[in-house]
Write a protein that binds this ligand. Structure first.
Ligand code: GTP
Ligand code: MG
Length: 206
C-alpha cells in the first residue's frame, strides 16, 4: 500500500522538463495574464533567486545570475511544461546610492501581486546563514494578508553544516511562526533541494 502511495506521489511531482524563457516585463501592461498558473520567486537582492531557477530547470544559463546585487530589475517569466510560469521577481533591499528601499514592494511588485488570480504560490528565499530581515518579514506579512501560499526556501546551505541547517529551520519556524514542513533547504552549488521543492509545489499547481 505504501509503495502505491509513493508511486502516486512520484507521478504527481512537478518536473521541469520543457522550459522556455518567455519574456521580461517592466510594468503592469507587460505582465502575462493568460490561463497558465504562476509560481513566483521573491527575496532580498543577491539571495540566490536566479540561481535557484537555474537549479530547478537544470540549466545554468536560463536566468542571469550575478555577484552584484540588484541584477534582476524585471519580472521574468519562464514557461514550465506549458503547465505553469515560474516568475523571477526583482530583489528587494538593494541600497543604491541615494535611493534607499524602505519597503519591500515598489509599484511593479504591488501590481504583480494585486488581483493575480493565477498566482498559486510564492517561494520566499532566505539566506540560510542570516536572520530574516525586516523586509523579509514585511514580505511574508504582505503575502499572508493576500492569502498567497508561501514556501520558505533557505539558500546557500553549502556554507553551513547539516546541524546548523536544522537549527536554522527551527529558529525560522519559531520566529516567523511558520510551518516547518514548508521550509526547504537548498544549495545550487551542491544541487540540493530540487526534489523537496518539486514535491511541495505539486500541492499548489494542478
Ligand atoms: N555558495 C553558494 N552561492 C550561491 C548559491 N546560490 C546563489 N549563490 C551566489 O549568490 C550570488 C547571487 O545569486 P543570484 O542568483 O544572482 O541572486 P538573485 O537573488 O537573483 O539576485 P538579484 O537578481 O540581484 O536580486 C551569486 O554570486 C551566486 O553564485 C548557493 O546555493 N551556494
Ligand atoms: Mg536575479
Amino acid at each position: 500500500m505504501e509503495n502505491i502511495a509513493n508511486e502516486q506521489k512520484e507521478l504527481k511531482k512537478i518536473r521541469f522538463i520543457n522550459v522556455k524563457f518567455i519574456k521580461s516585463a517592466s510594468k503592469k501592461a507587460e505582465f502575462i495574464a493568460d490561463e497558465l498558473q504562476q509560481v513566483a520567486i521573491v527575496g532580498r537582492s543577491n539571495v540566490g533567486k536566479s540561481s535557484l531557477i537555474n537549479l530547478l530547470v537544470n540549466n545554468s544559463k536560463m536566468a542571469k545570475t550575478s555577484s552584484t546585487p540588484g541584477r534582476t530589475r524585471l519580472v521574468n517569466y519562464f514557461n514550465i511544461n506549458n503547465q505553469f510560469y515560474l516568475v523571477d521577481l526583482p530583489g528587494y533591499g538593494y541600497h543604491k546610492a541615494g535611493k534607499e528601499h524602505t519597503t519591500v514592494w515598489d509599484n511593479t511588485m504591488n501590481d504583480y501581486f494585486t488581483d493575480n488570480q493565477k498566482l498559486k504560490a510564492v517561494m520566499l528565499l532566505l539566506d540560510a546563514r542570516l536572520k530574516p530581515t525586516e523586509l523579509d518579514k514585511q514580505m511574508l506579512d504582505y503575502l499572508a494578508e493576500r492569502d498567497i501560499p508561501v514556501v520558505l526556501v533557505l539558500t546557500k546551505t553549502d556554507k553551513i553544516s547539516r546541524s546548523e541547517i536544522n537549527l536554522q529551520k527551527q529558529k525560522i519556524s519559531t520566529e516567523l511562526r511558520f510551518n516547518k514542513s514548508r521550509i526547504v533547504a537548498t544549495s545550487t552549488l551542491k544541487k540540493q533541494g530540487v526534489e523537496d521543492i518539486s514535491q511541495i509545489l505539486e500541492e499548489f499547481i494542478n
